[in-house]
Ligand binder design. Structure first.
Ligand code: PGA
Length: 250
């Protein structure tokens, strides 16, 4: 990952009340008051804990991101949350296009629209792409990843390459305990980088791996030359195991 800052992001999904989130932050700050300055650490709590987590992590080098945003600035969109709303709660980034949201109907076009809105609002998007087990088994992984990536990069300007992060998350590895082998992850991430090179300076594009990353598997994944960090779900819910994954990136 020559020249690219490693990034470790914790995706809490639909876990933790504000009180539980504050408790997590206290534990995390005690366990990891600092980390190597070259590493980005991002905590992605639910909307209701964004403000409490931002406050509880004030002065700590980690930063806070949402788990999605609306592609609309405001209006009659019951249940939706805008980019400026999460920004005002302390978020400086947002996950977009997570497969759990794509499974609920989010299309490539919707993800791309949100990427553009996030960038315009000053949020750094962490954009998820990944193949299903059926797609992997039928040998179309590269085509699937390339199509998802192209629709995202179509809305990103070349000079924004440092502000976006791609997360390669094979759907079959998410929450299953079935991590991709370091070789499989490296091959897919290298393919993504090659595909990205058609549109921007891919040597500057940060690409994470996500899917059942744990303290036990983080180090072997993170030494791969094209993998610039991890998007961590289940193992980020415990400050101790998340801290161990951050240390593996240092
Ligand atoms: P997992 O989730 O680490 O629990 O597999 C990863 C993710 O969904 O981002």
């Amino acid at each position: 990952m020559v020249g690219r800052r490693p990034l470790i992001a914790g995706n809490w999904k639909m876990h933790k009340t504000p009180a539980e989130a504050r408790e997590w932050c206290a534990g995390f700050r005690t366990r990891l008051p600092s980390f190597p300055p070259g590493v980005d650490v991002v905590v992605c709590p639910p909307f209701t804990a964004l403000e409490p987590v931002s406050t509880a992590l004030r002065g700590h080098p980690s930063w806070v991101a949402a788990q999605t945003i609306s592609d609309q600035p405001s209006g009659p969109y019951t249940g939706e949350i805008s980019a400026s709303m999460v920004f005002s709660c302390g978020a400086r980034g947002t996950i977009l296009g997570h497969s759990e949201r794509r499974a609920m109907g989010e299309t490539d076009e919707m993800v791309a629209a949100r990427v553009r809105v996030a960038l315009d609002a000053g949020l750094r998007p962490i954009i998820c792409i990944g193949e299903s087990l059926a797609e992997r088994e039928s040998g179309v992984t590269t085509e699937v990843l390339t199509a998802q990536l192209e629709s995202i990069l179509a809305v990103v300007h070349e000079n924004e390459v440092d502000r976006i992060v791609i997360a390669y998350e094979p759907i079959w590895a998410i929450g299953t305990g079935r991590t991709a082998t370091p070789e499989m992850a490296q091959v897919a991430v290298a393919d993504i980088r090659i595909a990205a090179a058609a549109r921007l300076d891919a040597s500057r594009l940060r690409i994470l791996y996500g899917g059942s990353v744990t303290p036990a598997t983080a180090r072997e994944l993170l030494v791969s030359p094209d993998i610039d960090g991890a998007l961590v779900g289940g193992a980020s819910l415990d400050p101790e195991s998340f801290a161990m994954i951050v240390e593996a990136a240092g």
